[in-house]
Write a protein that binds this ligand. Sequence first.
Ligand code: NAD
Length: 367
Amino acid sequence: MKITVLPGDGIGPEVTAEAVRVLRVVGAIHGHNFEFEERPIGGVAIKQTGSPLPSTTLDTCLAGDAVLLGAVGAPEFDSMPPNLRPEAGLLLLRRALGGFANLRPAISYDAIAATSPLRSEIARGADILIVRELLGGLYFGEPRGFFGSNGDSVARNTMIYSVAEIERVARVAFETARKRRRKVTSVDKANVLETSQLWRQTVSRVARDYPDVTLDHLYVDACAMHLITTPLRFDVILTENLFGDILSDEAAVITGSLGMLPSASIGGSVGLYEPVHGSAPDIAGRGVANPFGAIASAAMMLRYTGSLEQEADEIEEAIRVVLKAGYRTPDIASGETRLLAKTSEIGQLVCDAVDELADMRHSYHAV
Ligand code: NAD
């Protein structure tokens, strides 16, 4: 597997280094040949080349199998026009790779359930995967813009979906549900919006190809409520771009810290895997960033681009092991935390746990 690593800015390089370290260990254990090519993106690329997404970076990404990204953005660029800022590089990259399905898990890890603002009896055990349509809907629909005699007296955006756009992301959700608890909740606003009525009809039709997966439908307002009152009712949530943007951030509170959250954008020519957080300039360079989100993104890469289900499971289990042993970065620490760990220590602990899990698996098979 050829993996393009784009560390980016701020804490991006710190957390991606740990994800790569874990991937190297997994590769060595299972005999996989992971090749890593590192390229600049974001602020660091602007400084080196003048562009937030240099053509050599994009070409390398398109020639590889998967992209592992850290984060982009730095305060020194905040006053620049949007198209010259580091974030523009990431938007261009996402469009070029063409991933139309954005996957964001929201998991309540037992060991850190207390860091969630939700009461632990509500959040504990929650394990949700949000599948959000990423390239259509209100964010891309035409016509859009400001209209009217003053040039800005009216503004318009267009929510538009075709059957083909809905069907392809629905299939991702159903296929993914088959590897989980076989339940898809499709979220729309079909009582008000025609796009949602088409969404609901199309998803219901696609569901007939997956008789082993249960489908239910929820309006987006009801879903927003259920996410924080009964999160355990969900397995896979399938929804369009705008609703998914909002619901996935809401679901993030289940986990407790931004640093824990991974993501994948798949369905295009090359999969893009990145933690949800930004470059966190306030803590960059101090070695205290939480790398679990980046490491879990690497696990998603193995699962969705590499079809390496067992290897992905092992990384995710290793994360649980390290948390259960009590190790914490400051963002997930509480008054009771005794094992405060640096970014690199967490990376090493996950590697050790992956190693131990592999040993246990070997001895189990030997028996
Ligand atoms: P942020 O996610 O960088 O940080 C928000 C808060 O969460 C900060 O207090 C930060 O210290 C903390 N945090 C984030 N990730 C953490 C981690 N892994 N471990 C511990 N703490 C963590 O969001 P922001 O402050 O709004 O944005 C900072 C910069 O990042 C901006 O330039 C923004 O445009 C950019 N950004 C980039 C991405 C991306 O690359 N995908 C996403 C969001 C923001």
